[in-house]
Design a protein around this ligand. Structure first.
Ligand code: EPZ
Length: 420
């Protein structure tokens, strides 16, 4: 497993420009949506991250042919050669479940391994299954697999008991090929959902209510090929905003959509961080001499994103006072905290809350990454810790951040990957 070494001298000044990549959580459903047509799909602004290679391996096994040229992907599923997503691939990446809806809609059959739990919590998919059964699928759960069959999906009204990003995406894609109209209620509002809807419309889908909690999909014949641009990664952007805040830096983020970052920006400004919108695609962030503590509760978009919780926790270790971080989305998303304690943070976990006491000076130590956003929080902590921080199992980071060390090094960080 790979390692990253960071030498923080307590107050590195990150300075300069960083180009934010395409969104991992937008490109994964866009890639599985290519199952909905036998024609060629072209996706631009692809992030070259590990999860993209994983989903492409899975798609190849299903019959997809693709070429990746820098950050552009063309992919085509002329014929479905297999309807099975193996345990090994699903275990590697839970988002593999996003083949379930489109595969069932295109082929009438899908066998997908149950995702199981992971470092951030149990990852049930009951809402995906309930929705697909309402569309007329018959679904068996046996030997750790979901076996779904449907001669023809039939449009209907589906209301999600709880907000689910992946569930909304799976049902949107399945509904595109169902007979008649499907009304999806209590949909997630994340920008990645709207980006998927806009792509499906380009493929010929008839969708109303994009960006709203109720989305109507008129099922139609197989969709056709299209070209689409993946939206910028708002979580990578948020991670760099926190990096600029922590290092009292002066960073300009380019190729972003600031309107996807409103809650993150609002919370950072409340803590005293200076953020200035330069134009519709870029922001400048400057750290503050004093960071103000505040309580944060994660919630579905447009609330404070759970994917920014670990990163923001690091910022609160540098705030004067006590901050209570409440995680409401996943039931075990505090695995970064034990590692932050090793760096000298003062955090106590009680149920779904992390009570952070600041300001604490962090000192470098050897640490271990446990999941994607936890590893990002360790990088942020390493930037400001006195001395050397080693992050082991850094493959977690590679799942969702493209060239993170290179981007940070360009900004002046002392960071490098060391071979094991
Ligand atoms: C997506 O995961 C993202 N992943 C996650 O990002 C993100 O944290 C999450 O949405 C919430 O915003 C991708 O888009 C690939 P959910 P997803 O279905 O779809 C429960 C990252 O770091 N639930 O919205 O799996 C579930 O357990 C990753 O980039 C059910 O109970 O999230 C969780 O508690 C991590 N039953 C909550 O809902 C279901 O059928 C939200 O899950 C489905 C979900």
């Amino acid at each position: 497993m790979g390692k990253i070494k960071i030498t923080g001298d307590g107050h590195p000044l990150l300075d300069g420009k960083v180009q934010i990549s395409g969104a991992k959580n937008a490109v994964l459903p866009a890639i599985t949506a290519s199952l909905l047509t036998s024609e060629k799909i072209r996706l631009e602004n692809i992030p070259l991250v590990k999860d993209v290679y994983t989903i492409l391996t899975l798609m190849k096994g299903l019959g997809a042919e693709y070429t990746l040229d820098k950050n552009s992907l063309s992919i085509q599923v002329k014929r479905i050669l297999s309807q099975e997503a193996s345990y090994e691939l699903v275990q590697a990446m839970r988002a593999s479940i996003l083949v379930l809806g489109p595969l069932l809609a295109r082929k009438g059959k899908a066998i997908v391994a149950l995702p199981g739990g992971c470092a951030i919590g149990s990852r049930p998919i009951d809402l995906h299954i309930q929705g697909l059964e309402k569309l007329g699928a018959s679904i068996q759960l046996e030997h750790g697999y979901i076996r779904a069959e449907a001669s023809k999906l039939q449009g209907t009204e589906i209301e999600f008991e709880r907000k689910t990003v992946g569930g909304t995406e799976n049902l949107l894609m399945a509904a595109c090929l169902a007979k008649g109209e499907t009304v999806l209620k209590n949909c997630s509002l994340e920008p990645e959902i709207s980006n998927l809807c806009e792509f499906l419309v380009k493929m010929g889908a008839q969708i109303e209510g994009i960006g709203e909690e109720t989305i109507r999909v008129k099922g139609s014949d197989p969709l056709h090929g299209a070209t689409h641009e993946i939206i910028p990664d708002r979580i990578e952007a948020g991670t760099f905003l926190v990096a600029g805040a922590l290092t009292y830096g002066n960073l300009t983020l380019t190729h972003i959509q600031p309107q996807h970052l409103l809650t993150i920006i609002e919370k950072l400004k409340y803590s005293g961080v200076k953020i200035e919108k330069l134009n519709n695609r870029s922001l400048r962030v400057q750290g503050a001499p004093k960071i103000k503590s505040q309580d944060i509760t994660t919630s579905p978009y447009p609330g404070f994103p759970t994917d920014m919780q670990a990163q923001f926790t690091v910022l609160m270790t540098q705030a004067e006072g006590t901050s209570i971080i409440t995680e409401t989305i996943f039931n075990r998303r505090f695995s970064h905290i034990n590692e932050l304690l090793r760096l000298g943070a003062n955090i106590e976990v009680s149920g779904d809350k992390a009570i952070v006491k600041g300001k604490t000076l962090l000192s470098g130590a050897e640490t271990r990454a446990t999941d994607l956003r936890a590893s990002a929080s360790l990088v942020l902590a390493g930037l400001i810790a006195q001395g050397e921080t080693i992050i082991n199992d850094v493959e977690h980071l590679d799942r969702g951040y493209e060239k993170l060390e290179a981007k940070l090094k360009t900004l002046g960080a002392q960071i490098e990957r060391v071979s094991t």
